[in-house]
Design a protein around this ligand. Structure first.
Ligand code: M6R
Length: 617
């Protein structure tokens, strides 16, 4: 997804912008660019400032190559990584975009829905467009504003004309000592280091420079200049407190791993520790969730929970649905956030809507929460990115504490979501009929999981060679039941995302209702079959697959030797409570997908066509 970086201060902006762009690469993009505003070196004293723009299709390295003999000077600049929405991924469509005279440069995340109408109107007035993007209309609208107005005034005048979403930053040669930014539906954060300011769509872009941040809210405009930051809402200046981020630059480096995805898979024992740290009272089997404190009394009375999310977040929600219903006795529905926003769900005072999101910025999930708020129900968030929009807009919530997740394929955020659902189950269950004995059992077992995940890592080499053996197949069917049915979906999603192999996940009971028709010796089955209450059912599914000559890779519990007679290949996971098995069973599937992608020569951190954070609908 598109990324924004900007800098204004006392240092040369270009190296800071390029570093920011490199840090934004993980979000997924297809072109990049920068623009700086600086005194015109050829124009002499009187000629004033000039906008210098450079853009390139492809990687940030392509853009950097353009500066080998041509360094752009200047202390103020903006940069962008673009993920194509309107117009092909080529240089002309890369941001920043300018007006006819190149007096203004704009970078923009989001979508201007009425851009065609605005473009027609501007073209009729003589404006010349150089790209196919929706963003370019912003520069031309600004161009038509009176020259003597400040840049923030010009921007505030034109924003009401834009229908859609934006996080945007603008520089102007006629008001050359500032960057002006605005936000509506697409995140923007300001970084502060004394009198130097950074802007970004995501703080990881400038985390190596500062951890002091100020998040913009929808409807706010900010002007950053050597005089400071002015935040404006509805034309009136307002005060806003900055905050300190916990993440460090070191946390978002690869630390010797070949890929962020492998690093993040390996961090998972620590992630479980961080997710549960300080939240479990083992002796009484209780979970303390500070973020739910304010909603505690309301939560005692709720009679239904709707969990919304997308992709992996949705699948973690499906596990949440099963365990909350079983252990807390509250009816739960888990659904696609993208569907919830357009349905007419029946909601009342006794319903809570819980949004799950690693980034806290996913457009569909955010829209679902806003829809729920509009209907007056309690909204909750389970979010990893601290200070993100979903975290700020929900009534109460729980942070995952998984740390920054850079790999596009979610791994550590997913297992921290499942662990957080176990905490929520404990919290809600102990408010209701769950016994202390059950609570203690869950709390104790949660604490053993980091060690059990590490035990799975001792089979890495074996998983790698199994992955190499299966890399030749073009189709896979993943099967699981009960708590592991969502793991079948998540395992298949991991494989297709990063290795581009077609994979389907199904609850095993559904196999005979259709997918079994696909099976033959070239269509392997990955069966998630721990020794649990549905093990016998999974065994039948494996036998049915084998009867169709499908190669079977099974995941089962250590000590279950019977599987050797059923499956072609086996990966063992340690024994745990049945409700917590997904936290262990997903680990080998993440590694399996990773090793297949690497053996096929793909970069698992930057899968084609995918973005880390999907901030458009
Ligand atoms: O940031 P979010 O958790 O809201 O993102 C939701 C999905 O876009 C995300 O989980 C996506 O499916 C991942 N690529 C999965 O690996």
């Amino acid at each position: 997804m598109c990324g924004i970086i900007g800098y204004i201060g006392t240092k040369q902006a270009l190296p800071i912008l390029l570093e920011g762009l490199r840090r934004l690469e993980y979000r997924g993009y297809d072109s990049a660019g920068v623009a700086l505003v600086a005194p015109d070196p050829l124009g002499g004293e009187a000629s004033g400032s000039k906008i210098f723009t450079e853009r390139a299709a492809g990687k940030v390295s392509e853009l950097e190559n353009k500066f080998i003999d041509n360094n752009l000077p200047g202390l103020i600049g903006i940069g962008h990584t673009r993920w194509a929405t309107h117009g092909a991924p080529k240089e002309e469509n890369a941001h920043p975009h300018g007006d006819c005279e190149n007096n203004i440069a704009v970078v923009h995340n989001g979508i201007i829905e009425n851009y065609q109408e605005l473009k027609n109107e501007l073209a009729a007035r003589g404006h010349k467009f150089r790209s196919e993007t929706d963003t370019e209309v912003i520069a031309h609208l600004l161009e038509d504003e009176p020259k003597e107005l400040s840049l923030e005034k010009k921007l505030m005048n034109i924003l009401p004309r834009l229908v859609g979403t934006y996080g945007l930053a603008v520089i102007d040669k006629n008001d050359s000592k500032k960057i002006v930014v605005a936000r509506l539906g697409s995140p923007l954060v300001i970084g502060i280091r004394g009198s130097e300011f950074f802007i970004a769509s995501d703080p990881s872009a400038f985390i190596s420079q500062t951890r002091e941040v100020l998040y913009l809210d929808d409807g706010e405009v900010a002007a950053l200049s050597p005089q400071g930051i002015e935040i404006i809402e509805k034309g009136i200046s307002k005060n806003k407190q900055s905050e300190l981020l916990e993440w460090s630059a070191e946390k978002i480096e690869k630390q010797g791993y070949p890929h962020f995805m492998l690093k993040e898979i390996n961090e998972q024992p620590k992630v479980i520790e961080d997710t549960i740290r300080g939240r479990l009272e083992e002796k009484d089997g209780l979970a303390h969730l500070g973020g739910l404190k304010e909603a505690e009394e309301k939560l005692r009375k709720i009679e239904k929970i709707i969990i919304v999310g997308c992709g992996s977040a949705l699948y973690s929600g499906k596990i949440g649905e099963y365990i909350i219903e079983e252990y807390a006795g509250i009816p739960v529905e888990c659904e696609y956030a993208s569907e919830f926003r357009y349905r007419k769900p029946v909601l009342d005072d006794s319903t809570a809507v819980l949004a799950v999101s690693q980034s806290g910025e996913t457009a569909d999930t955010l829209a679902a929460i806003r829809e729920a708020k509009r209907k007056g129900v309690l909204t909750l968030g389970m979010v990893n990115a601290v200070g993100s929009t979903i975290a700020r807009e929900t009534d109460a919530g729980i942070y995952n504490h998984a740390g920054p997740e850079i790999g596009v394929a979610s791994t550590k955020a997913f297992i921290s979501q499942v662990a957080a659902f176990a905490l929520i189950t404990l919290f809600l269950g102990r408010q209701r009929q769950m016994s202390a004995v059950t609570g203690v059992r869950i709390a104790e077992e949660l604490k053993t999981l980091p060690e059990k995940i590490s035990q799975i890592f001792s089979q890495k080499e074996q998983i790698e060679s199994i992955a190499e053996k299966y890399a030749k197949f073009s189709n896979f069917l993943y099967l699981g039941r009960k708590y592991n049915a969502p793991i079948a979906l998540e395992g298949a999603l991991k494989l297709k995302e990063i290795s581009y192999i077609h994979a389907e996940g199904y609850p095993a009971g559904e196999m005979k209702h259709g997918p079994i028709a696909l099976l033959d010796k070239n269509f392997p089955v990955v069966a998630i079959a721990p020794k649990d209450s549905v093990y016998e059912k999974m065994k039948s599914a494996i036998e049915e697959a084998k009867a169709r000559q499908a190669p079977v890779l099974a995941l089962t519990t250590e000590g279950n030797n019977e599987m050797e007679n059923l499956a072609d290949d086996i990966i063992y996971i340690p024994k745990t409570l049945e409700m917590l098995t997904p936290i262990l069973s997903i680990i080998p599937l993440q590694l399996f997908a990773y090793y297949i992608a690497v053996s096929k020569g793909y970069d698992p951190d930057r899968p084609r066509n995918l973005a880390k954070s999907v901030t458009v609908e």
